[in-house]
Design a protein around this ligand. Structure first.
Ligand code: UD1
Length: 420
């Protein structure tokens, strides 16, 4: 078991170049399944993460040849595409579900272990499957496996999503890529990571585009060619480092970011009185006194991201006044609350809301990371707490943050990793 040990009270100071987005890298990598034989994708700005490593393993088992050179991934289709992936690999991350759509589109058949739930919620895939069914796939679930098959090619269809699920939108886009005819996805996710996928597929020769904010139109192709694209900046990692800057009472500037993807967070930081400035590809925050309480609700993009909820809760736990966070995306995403309470935070849960009575300071404690973002939030809390905080189960953090401990150290944090 891995631990992150933080000594609180040292202000972060400096500049950090932010990694590429995990949630964009995974679907872009999955899109390689759609490549024609002999074609290759070159993905730049790939973050070096556990989840990316898992996707490399999955794609290799499927038969693609994948090489990672620093932050560049080269993925080629040399002819073989298998449609079976062992459960052990699929269960490591939720993002593995993104291979369903492209495999079904490419092979007309897919048999894969159903992804499990995870600590933050049950995370069903009914919307993904509903989309495939509308496109002509027969779906069955038995013995923990989902099987989807179609006679010949999938057919373009009109798919209305009851909820603008990010994963369902991406999977249905990729299923539609080699389908016959036109697919229209209504109430599609608006996340910038989805746009990164649309841009890649368009470079691969697919006729795809948005019609307004929430409709995506795809006309299936007979085959797709190789292409090259950079992964967009990670707005969640960027936000995490900015919140770390404020919580440590320091000054942090993140570079290589897209501030227009971070408007909900920036608005809340400004509302809580944080000195915030930004330019074309950077954002800077500077501690200017105790932050003020705010109310926020997690929502699909462009609303406040659920993936920054835990980190923002850590910040609000030391704000002046009482804050309220409504979590509307995942039903069980308050696992960090009991750990923050162990550090002295005063937080009550009422249904899907957390009521946070700000305290003037937290105290270091032994705490457990229950998931990726909860782990990051606890490290942030540790930066501001008096004394030492030990975050165990810290391997969760490696799923989404490249060199997290090293980056915080470079900014002046007293933080280290302990294994075992
Ligand atoms: C993606 C992100 C994750 C982020 C989430 C919400 C990746 C790899 N992961 O996850 O970091 O927290 O978006 O921004 O990009 N739902 C259903 N049925 C479905 C699909 C989803 O009910 O078929 C529900 C989920 O249970 C959840 C909500 O919709 O309550 C949002 O899920 P979704 O947008 O699909 O998230 P993911 O794509 O899994």
């Amino acid at each position: 078991m891995s631990k992150i040990v933080v000594e609180g009270g040292w202000p972060l100071e400096g500049v950090l170049k932010v990694q590429g987005a995990k949630n964009a890298a995974l679907p872009l990598m999955a899109a390689s399944i759609l490549l024609g034989e002999g074609e290759s994708l070159c993905l730049e700005n790939i973050p070096y993460l556990k989840d990316v490593e898992t996707m490399v393993e999955i794609l290799s088992i499927i038969g693609l040849s994948v090489s990672l050179d620093g932050n560049k991934a080269l993925i080629s289709n040399s002819g073989v595409v298998n449609e079976e992936v062992p459960y052990e690999l699929m269960r490591r991350m939720r993002g593995s579900v993104l291979i369903l759509g492209p495999l079904l589109s490419k092979k007309g058949k897919v048999v894969l272990p159903m992804p499990g739930g995870c600590p933050i919620g049950s995370r069903p895939i009914d919307l993904h499957l509903k989309g495939f069914a509308l496109m002509g796939a027969e779906i069955s679930i038995s013995h923990g496996y989902v099987e989807a098959r179609t006679n010949g090619r999938l057919k373009g269809a009109k798919v209305y999503l009851d909820f603008p699920s990010v994963g369902a939108t991406e999977n249905i886009i990729m299923a539609a890529a080699l389908a016959k005819g036109t697919t229209v996805i209504e109430n599609a996710a608006r996340e910038p990571e989805v746009n990164n996928l649309i841009d890649l597929l368009s470079k691969m020769g697919l006729d795809i585009g948005r019609d307004g904010d929430s409709t995506i139109v795809i006309t299936g192709a007979d085959g797709l060619r190789g292409a090259s694209i950079p992964v967009i900046p990670d707005r969640i990692a960027a936000g995490t480092y900015l919140i770390a800057g404020v919580m440590s009472r320091g000054r942090v500037r993140v570079e290589k970011v897209n501030p227009s993807h971070m408007e909900a967070l920036l608005a809340k930081l400004v509302e809580s009185g944080v000195d915030t400035s930004y330019g074309e590809d950077w954002v800077e925050v500077c501690y200017s006194g105790r932050p003020k309480a705010v109310k926020l609700t997690t929502l699909p993009y462009p609303g406040f991201p659920t993936d920054l909820q835990a980190q923002m809760m850590a910040l609000l736990s030391i704000a002046e006044g009482t804050s309220v966070i409504n979590e509307t995306i995942f039903e069980n995403r308050f696992m960090h609350v009991s750990e923050l309470r162990r550090m002295g935070a005063m937080i009550e849960i009422e249904g899907g809301s957390a009521i946070i009575k700000g305290v003037s300071s937290l105290t270091g404690a032994q705490v457990v990371a229950t998931d990726l973002r909860a782990g990051a939030a606890l490290v942030l809390a540790g930066l501001s707490a008096a004394g030492i905080t030990v975050v165990s189960n810290a391997q969760h953090v490696d799923r989404g943050y490249e060199s997290f401990v090293e980056n915080l150290s470079a900014l002046g944090a007293r933080v280290r990793r302990e294994e075992g």
